[in-house]
Structures are given as C-alpha cells and as structure tokens.
Design a binder for this molecule. Structure first.
Ligand SMILES: C[S@@+](CC[C@H](N)C(=O)[O-])C[C@H]1O[C@@H](n2cnc3c(N)ncnc32)[C@H](O)[C@@H]1O
Length: 244
C-alpha cells in the first residue's frame, strides 16, 4: 500500500482504452445499469436546476445522465483518457457539462469557472473513493464543496463482498480471508483498495455529515441474464449523507 500515491493511481486509470469507455458511455456497465444507477438517481431525487459535482466522473456517463435530467453538472476527472473522452462527448453533443481535469485532493478554485461558485447542492462520487490512496482527503474535498444541507452520495464496491462475481463463479458462494487490513485489489483498468466498511462511515461522521441512507442493492431474480451472485449478495454499498 505504502508505495501508492494519488499520482500513480491516476496515471494508471488514465490509460483506460477508448473501446471500454465507448461501451460504458450510455449508462455504464451491467452492474451500474442494474444495481447502481437506479439507487443513485432515487437518492439524488429531482435534479432539475440543481448544481451537482460528479467527483471522479470517469468517461462522464453519470454526468450526462444527470445533465439530461436538467442538472447543472461539473465533472472532475484527473485520468487522461477518461477526461479526454468526457470532454470530447461534451464537444460533439453539448449538454452544458463543465469538466475539470484535477485530483479531488488538489482541486482548483471552481469559482474560476464562469457562473460557478464552489458550493454544490449535491456531490456524487461513484466508485471513486476505493481507487484513491488519499481517500480521506478526497472525501473531505467532496464534503467541503457542498452548500450547507447539501447531499453527498457515494458508492463503493461493498467492502464485505469485494470481487463478488468471480469468487462466486469459482466457489458457488462468497469467500474471503481478509477484511480488517487495507490492501490493494489489482484490476485491468487500475487498482482498487480494500478498506473496512467502518473506515468509510467513520470518516463521514468525522466530517460532520449526517447519514440519511445506506443502500445494499440486490438484483431482482427476474432480471434478464441475472448474475446469480448479485441476487443473493450486495456487490455495492451506496451511502447518502447531508452536511450540517
Ligand atoms: C472506477 S472509475 C469510476 C468512474 C465513474 N465515476 C463511473 O462510475 O463510471 C474510478 C475513477 O476515479 C478516478 N480517480 C482516480 N484517482 C482520482 C483522484 N485522486 N481524484 C478524482 N478522481 C480520481 C479515475 O481516474 C477513474 O475515472
């Protein structure tokens, strides 16, 4: 773990191939479509006219979904290929989304953007905190960019059931040997880092947030091509909280 820095993690994520970004451009991948997006949209509520920061927006699919529903969206993304893909989509099919290439732990003053101050009605950060070595700094930045009473929603791979689908395929059940320590989970696009569930929730409390909902979505069994593991166990943890 100690050899990881934000810069190194960003460099690795920033090489994500264009084909993968194109495949996810509309509404993400299978798991996002069936498990994450419906909960995120429900928790964010009616976004029309609301200012939303998509913190770690990747190729920008969620930013585009929110802008299509009337939100004023700023997407922050430091990875080169992801940022370029999101910006290119905005250039070819403008929705008024502003993209900023930056590390969440080192955000420029967003007030420099035309018509924008640095306080948002909502900050959404989907599958981002688990890829950032300095995740506590990133979570702090998310909360600090909310207006008083603003909504923070984040998603992570469920820390109790990481690598759920491949483990289930191999054993017909979920197995793990490690939980309490922080460790790296290498992936094809970049590294993820396991941290216990309590780490995320306690950091939220330390930042003065009030937890409003924790969701552990499961797949309805009647879903076409249902992944069996996702019917029985939650692949994601989705947390909503508000600032004081
Ligand atoms: C698993 S992807 C999720 C992307 C997007 N939120 C989505 O759901 O499709 C993780 C994203 O976090 C970005 N990321 C990595 N380090 C970051 C940092 N320090 N600040 C902001 N984003 C970061 C990566 O470049 C990548 O786009």
């Amino acid at each position: 773990m100690s050899e990881w820095t934000n810069e190194r993690a960003i460099e690795r994520w920033g090489t994500m191939p264009r084909k993968l970004l194109e495949d996810m451009a509309h509404d993400g991948d299978y798991a996002k479509r069936h498990l994450v997006n419906p909960v995120l949209l429900r928790l964010l509520g009616d976004v029309a006219g609301r200012r939303i920061l998509d913190a770690g927006c990747g190729g920008g699919y969620l930013s585009r979904m929110l802008a299509a529903r009337g939100a004023e969206v700023v997407g922050v993304e430091p990875g080169r290929s992801l940022f370029e893909f999101a910006a290119e989509r905005e250039a070819t099919a403008p929705q008024g989304i502003r993209y900023v290439r930056a590390d969440l732990c080192d955000l420029p003053d967003l007030c420099d953007l035309p018509d924008l101050c640095d306080r948002f009605d909502a900050v959404v950060s989907s599958m981002v905190l688990p890829v950032i070595p300095d995740w506590t700094g990133a979570m702090r930045a998310c909360v600090e960019h909310l207006r008083p009473g603003g909504l923070f929603v984040f998603t992570v791979n469920h820390p109790c059931f990481e690598q759920l689908a491949p483990t289930w395929r191999a054993h017909g059940e979920y197995r793990t040997r490690r939980y309490l320590a922080e460790y790296e989970i290498p992936g094809p696009s970049g590294a993820n880092f396991h941290r216990p569930l309590s780490a995320y929730l306690n950091q939220l409390a330390a930042l003065g947030c009030r937890l409003t909902e924790v969701a552990e979505p499961g797949l309805p069994p009647e879903t076409p091509d249902a992944v069996e593991a996702y019917i029985h166990l939650p692949n994601f943890l989705i947390v909503a909280a508000t600032t004081a």
